[in-house]
Design a binder for this molecule. Structure first.
Ligand SMILES: [Zn+2]
Length: 231
């Protein structure tokens, strides 16, 4: 993936230094690179590839990145809201049943306790209420992490390691090529303190990061393939 990222950076005006062929890459013109980028399927991955590695180009159509992030998050938010509404309804029904005939049975009480417990569990699994408002900040922090994250030391950012004669997915980074980033650094990136990050924001941040890394890598693969670089 490293080559694709360098090529993307080469499209930026400030990185002309990449214009000399590197690492056995054939000499490609910026038009070749732009054409290969055009072969990457539209969607989150391509937007991320551009936002991470070609900031000047992506800046021109930020709304497409925004739309792609919203499209990624919306089904999960709706799923959580439905689950929460169901759990609330179940608890309400259990409570109604308890008082229905005057006498409360042990079974009814147990049913109510189960429903109450379930609601607590579901609430704990839901993202914070303010996730939507915080989405621009979260997305920017995730993109910044993908773009600036140090390489994984296990595979030097390649995502793969040699095992004998076989290429294997790197176990340290699980193929992402990205080095570990601390909770403290992520908290700073989204403007929260570390305790608040761990308590409230960590699950949604990691959810976004996992999916955005996957999407960006898939797009990078398409681009590499379009450039005739596929293994
Ligand atoms: Zn690795």
């Amino acid at each position: 993936m490293g080559n694709v990222r360098e090529l993307m950076a080469r499209l930026g005006p400030s990185t002309v230094k990449f214009d000399t062929g590197r690492g056995g890459m054939p000499d490609l013109t910026n038009q070749d690179i732009a054409a290969a980028l055009g072969m990457v399927p539209a969607g989150l991955g391509r937007e991320l590839l551009e936002a991470c590695w070609w900031p000047d180009g992506a800046a021109l159509r930020r709304h497409r990145l925004r739309d792609a992030v919203i499209a990624l998050v919306t089904p999960e938010l709706r799923r959580q809201q439905r689950k929460l509404a169901d759990a609330r309804t179940d608890l309400g029904l259990a409570e109604v049943c308890m008082g229905w005939a005057g006498v409360v049975t042990a079974e009814q009480r147990a049913e109510r306790d189960r429903a109450a417990h379930r609601l607590v569990q579901v609430k704990a699994q839901c993202w914070p209420i303010s996730t939507l408002e915080s989405l621009p900040t979260l997305a920017a922090a995730v993109i910044g992490e993908i773009a600036k994250c140090p390489h994984c030391q296990g595979c030097e950012g390649r995502g793969e390691t040699m095992s004998g004669e076989l290429l294997k997915i790197c176990k340290v980074c699980r193929g992402s090529g990205l080095g570990a980033v601390s909770d403290r650094r992520r908290a700073v990136a989204i403007g929260r303190d570390e305790a608040a990050y761990r308590r409230t924001w960590k699950p949604v941040f990691e959810w976004l990061l996992t999916r955005m890394v996957e999407a960006e890598q898939e797009a990078a693969w398409h681009m590499r393939s379009a450039l005739g670089q596929a293994a």
